[in-house]
Design a protein around this ligand. Structure first.
Ligand SMILES: Cc1cc2nc3c(=O)[nH]c(=O)nc-3n(C[C@H](O)[C@H](O)[C@H](O)COP(=O)(O)O)c2cc1C
Length: 199
C-alpha cells in the first residue's frame, strides 16, 4: 500500500529547526512515499468551538479547516512537526489537535475509524539540552494517538535555539536517518498493559 506522509509545520517562524530536522528525516523516505507539507501558520485555523453537547459539527468546506481535514484524512502517516513551546506543542499545533474533537463528531467522516491504525509521528526542536523536558509534548502526541487507535512512531528530538542550530546536533541528524524506518506499535495509554501473546 502506498504511504502518504503529511507534515504539519507548527513553528511560529519559517525555516526553523523543527522543519529542518523534519526535512532531514523525510529525505530518507522511500521514493514511492508521497509527502505533503502544510505550514499551519499559512493555514490559520479558527479557535475551536466546542459544540459537543449542543449540535453536530458540520463538515467544513472551502477554508483552511477543510484543507487540513482533507489532508489529514488522506494521510497514512501524520507528522506533527512542532517546536517545543513551554514544554508542549505550539499553539497552532494545539489548535489543530483541538479541531480533531470536532472532526470526531462530524457526520460522514468517520474520523476515528479512518485514523485508527494510521501512524502519528512527532518532530520537535528545543533549546533545552536535557530532552526529558519534552515529555509533555511526547505525552500529548502519544495519548492523542492512543485515543484515536493510531500507531505512534515517537518523537524525533533536536537541539537548537536559533534557526540552523539543529544542524549541529549530530545525534539528532543520525536519528533522523532511520526515524521513519521504524514499524511503530499501536499507541497505548500509560495505564494500559500490552496484552500478552497467547501461546
Ligand atoms: C514561545 C516559545 C516557547 C519556548 N519554549 C521552550 C521550552 O519550553 N523549552 C525549550 O527547551 N525551548 C523552548 N523554546 C525554544 C524553542 O523550542 C527553540 O528555539 C526551537 O529551536 C524553535 O524551533 P523552530 O526553530 O522550529 O521554530 C521556546 C521558544 C518560543 C518562541
Amino acid at each position: 500500500m502506498t504511504r502518504h506522509f503529511l507534515f504539519l509545520l507548527g513553528s511560529s517562524r519559517a525555516n526553523g529547526n523543527t522543519e529542518l530536522l523534519a526535512r532531514k528525516a523525510a529525505e530518507q523516505l522511500p521514493a514511492d512515499v508521497t509527502r505533503r507539507w502544510i505550514d499551519l501558520a499559512e493555514h490559520p485555523l479558527p479557535d475551536f468551538e466546542d459544540l459537543r453537547h449542543d449540535s453536530d459539527h458540520v463538515r467544513p468546506s472551502g477554508d483552511h479547516t477543510a484543507t487540513l481535514l482533507d489532508a489529514t484524512l488522506a494521510a497514512t502517516d501524520l507528522v506533527i512537526a512542532s517546536p517545543l513551546y513551554w514544554y508542549s506543542v505550539s499553539a497552532s499545533t494545539k489548535r489543530y489537535l483541538d479541531h480533531w474533537s470536532g472532526w470526531l463528531r462530524t457526520p460522514g467522516i468517520e474520523f476515528k475509524k479512518t485514523m485508527a491504525g494510521r501512524t502519528l509521528w512527532g518532530v520537535t526542536a528545543l533549546a533545552h539540552e536535557e530532552e526529558e523536558v519534552a515529555e509533555p509534548l511526547v505525552g500529548t502526541l502519544n495519548h492523542s494517538a492512543a485515543y484515536l487507535g493510531m500507531r505512534f512512531g515517537g518523537v524525533l528530538l533536536g537541539n537548537g535555539s536559533k534557526p540552523g542550530d539543529v544542524l549541529n546536533d549530530s545525534a539528532a541528524l543520525a536519528a533522523a536517518k532511520t526515524f521513519f524506518a521504524q514499524e511503530p506499535p499501536l499507541a497505548r495509554f500509560p495505564y494500559e498493559v500490552p496484552s500478552l501473546a497467547t501461546p
